[in-house]
Design a protein around this ligand. Structure first.
Ligand SMILES: NC(=O)c1ccc[n+]([C@@H]2O[C@H](COP(=O)([O-])OP(=O)(O)OC[C@H]3O[C@@H](n4cnc5c(N)ncnc54)[C@H](O)[C@@H]3O)[C@@H](O)[C@H]2O)c1
Length: 306
């Protein structure tokens, strides 16, 4: 697995270990943390652009490729590094997998591919990337298809919507919206809303995403296909703040700031394809939020959030 020290990667590694799989994980720790990586993972601190990855991939059945430069605003300011990591790095992972005889690659795309679309819920066919990040993810898809076409390397592409849950990265300058609200409210500070708070987001809990990851390993009907992984329901940013506040018994008094550039107004997944394989998101929002709050509380108690 690449990106094992990140949010989705560390959660997936724990789940795979619990299911009895052996996990070898790599990460350059650009965003992720070593302590996020479960103890039983065979860990390598490595950049996905490293040319010497082939030996590590020998004997591996399925590669989950999650490492990426994935903060949209960072990608906008550095398109060259975005392409180096998300395109060249991804091709380097595909190439190492092919040379090592890996059976299958499951890799991360993003709902950002629908930035230019106004069809809701959005089906997989609506590819309209605009930002450098989204374009880099679309390039990966064409390489994945070419690797399958010319070398028979099986793949599944996953277009995650807003994944949330424990271990979500809250250290960024502008953390993901849920973590940002939880941290501010737990600290007794005023939460910040960028824009009017009317933007709507499709959130999906990380354990539900992991249910689909397991299907990708086991079900041949995922081969050569792209899947939206969202919940098929969306909430406005204000509604999310209300829900977090209600759980914490706080009346929020948000500070409104200017809109963040490059963010879609609405995301809403058409999850017909994934449901067709027997998957559906199971975790109610309240339950997912409570677990995310519990995690952040723990981080605060441990002094990791100043
Ligand atoms: N979390 C979401 O809601 C979401 C939504 C859409 C798409 N995605 C995609 O899913 C994947 C995982 O996302 P996440 O939320 O876990 O992100 P994350 O930032 O928590 O994890 C990504 C990991 O990749 C590592 N990494 C970055 N560049 C690397 C490099 N050059 N070499 C090796 N490792 C490197 C980082 O250190 C980090 O640990 C990413 O590809 C992201 O674009 C996530």
């Amino acid at each position: 697995m690449t990106g094992v020290a990140g949010f989705i990667g560390s959660n997936l590694a724990s789940r795979l270990l619990a299911e009895g799989y052996e996990v070898l994980g790599m990460d350059n720790l650009a965003y992720g943390l070593r302590e996020n990586v479960p103890e039983d993972v065979e860990f390598y601190r490595l950049d996905i652009r490293d040319k010497d990855m082939v030996p590590l991939f020998k004997g591996v059945d399925t590669v989950f490729h999650l490492a990426a430069k994935n903060c949209i605003s960072d990608c906008q300011t550095d398109p060259v590094e975005t392409a180096q990591i998300n395109v060249s790095g991804t091709v380097n992972v595909f190439e190492a997998a092919r040379r090592a005889g890996v059976r299958k690659i499951v890799y991360a795309e993003s709902s950002a591919l629908y930035e230019g679309s106004s069809i809701y819920p959005t089906p997989e066919s609506e590819e309209k990337p605009e930002s450098f990040y989204a374009v880099s993810k679309l390039a990966s898809m064409h390489f994945a298809k070419a690797y399958e076409r010319f070398y028979g390397l099986k793949f599944t592409a996953l277009r995650y919507f807003c994944v949330y849950g424990p271990v979500q990265d809250y250290r960024r300058t502008i953390p993901p919206v849920m973590s940002a609200f939880i941290i501010k409210l737990l600290k007794g500070e005023r939460p910040i809303i960028y824009g009017t708070g009317e933007k709507r987001r499709d959130f999906v809990y990380v354990d539900d995403v992991n249910d689909f990851h397991l299907i990708c390993i086991e079900n041949d009907r995922t081969h050569g296909r792209v899947f939206n992984i969202g919940s098929g329901v969306n909430y406005s940013v204000k509604e999310i703040l209300d829900r977090v506040s209600k759980i914490l018994h706080i009346t929020p008094d948000p500070i409104y700031k200017g809109d963040l550039p490059g963010e879609a107004q609405v995301t809403l997944a058409d999850i017909t394809q994934a449901k067709g394989l027997g998957w559906k998101p199971q975790t109610p929002m309240e339950e997912g939020l409570e677990r995310a709050i519990e995690y952040i509380r723990g981080e605060m108690k441990a002094g990791r959030i100043p």
